[in-house]
Design a binder for this molecule. Structure first.
Ligand code: ZN
Length: 86
């Protein structure tokens, strides 16, 4: 009997993922748990990629996205501010 493999969420790295879905920020898929998916959270790498490609002035769908850094959920603007402090 084969077991269905389970995956950890690529965003929080804590909860079991519900499944893979396309990122809201680019043509790539990640594993998302329900909490991260419904809270529009993305892996921090997608924020880094967006900053590299677009700069700080982003579209609304990026502004409403969030990511997790050191266990803290940050919006785009909060993430930018936190980078500035680093
Ligand atoms: Zn998650």
């Amino acid at each position: 009997m084969s077991e269905t493999p389970t995956y950890l969420c690529d965003v929080c790295q804590e909860k079991e993922a519900l499944g893979a879905a396309c990122s809201a920020l680019g043509p790539v898929s990640f594993q998302y748990c329900g909490e991260c998916a419904f809270d529009r959270r993305e892996p921090e790498a997608m924020f880094e990629a967006t900053l590299d490609l677009v700069g700080e002035d982003v579209a609304l769908h990026v502004k409403v996205a969030k990511t997790i850094v050191d266990g803290k959920v940050l919006t785009w603007d909060e993430w930018l501010a936190a980078r500035g402090d680093a």
